[in-house]
Design a binder for this molecule. Structure first.
Ligand code: ATP
Ligand code: MG
Length: 250
């Protein structure tokens, strides 16, 4: 059974069609990566899947249930199914880092603060954040550290499916390897199904199984990671090389 299925999902903002009939199947345990130029709807796609942005038409299924359509949104019936790393980290400004990470455990699962704090600290350690940050507030740590705290917040919930939006942007090269490895390990060892939006070739190499290319609201290429790195498809070649000249209009 698929973990997630999108059937003909469309979304416009005003007259601008951001998603144009997306069909997508993600199987259990699969690691799917999404690439595409900036502004092409990758983050919007993830937010539609989470039920944060309403869709105009089509259906989004979790396993064998249609959870979201134009007329209904049952996403709240699946707490803990998705873990999300938002592109902008989206930490709570008014909470210290440890409580940001423990938030879902305490307020979602009703776990006592002491136990939740221990779990939060263990997960912060996994993403390479030291004990020093636990009592700091998001504005007191760097962007890369915020990203890692946000990753810890998603991982600590042990969701069935992880959505990563640009997990490695803003990280230094060493931390990039650590986070790539951590995501790859999470997917493999904990058999989490994952969707990862990334522009980063090292992240694709480490994390992706299948890759799709989103452009102007449609999936215009789909293939294995090996195919992505060897194909002569002009869109993929331009994307891989970061070339200015090519079929993408920049
Ligand atoms: N809530 C919103 N209201 C209106 N327009 C929006 C909204 N969210 C996104 N958009 C528009 O939808 C388009 C796609 O945005 P999205 O954030 O999905 O791009 P992206 O592919 O994630 O880009 P990037 O690689 O830069 O993160 C953009 O033109 C953006 O301005
Ligand atoms: Mg985005």
């Amino acid at each position: 059974m698929n973990k997630l299925t999108l059937k003909n999902v469309s979304k416009s903002f005003g007259s601008f069609k951001v998603l144009d009939g997306i069909n997508l199947e993600v199987t259990d345990g699969e690691s799917l990566a999404i690439v595409g130029p900036s502004g092409t709807g990758k983050s919007v796609l993830l937010k539609c899947i989470l039920g944060l942005i309403p869709i105009d038409s089509g259906e989004i299924w979790i396993e064998d249930k249609c959870v979201i359509s134009k007329d209904h949104n049952d996403s709240e019936k699946y707490p803990g199914f998705f873990g999300m790393l938002f592109q902008g980290s989206a930490l709570f400004d008014s909470l210290p880092i440890w409580k940001n990470v423990a938030f879902g455990l305490i307020y979602g699962q009703g776990m006592d603060e002491k136990t939740a704090r221990v779990l939060a600290m263990e997960t912060l350690d996994k993403v390479g954040l030291s004990k020093k940050v636990e009592n700091l507030y998001p504005f007191e740590i760097s962007g890369g550290m915020q990203k890692r705290a946000s990753l810890a917040r998603a991982l600590v919930m042990k969701p069935q499916m992880m959505l990563f939006d640009e997990p490695t942007t803003g990280l230094d090269p060493m931390m990039l390897s650590v986070i790539n490895q951590l995501i790859a390990d999470t997917i493999r060892k904990e058999q989490v199904t994952a969707m990862t939006v990334t522009h980063d070739m090292s992240c694709l190499s480490a994390v992706a199984g299948r890759i799709i290319l989103l452009y102007k609201g449609k999936i215009i290429w789909e293939g294995s990671k090996d195919a992505f790195f060897t194909t002569q498809d002009p869109h993929i070649t331009q994307f891989r090389q970061g070339a200015i000249e090519g079929p993408f209009s920049l």
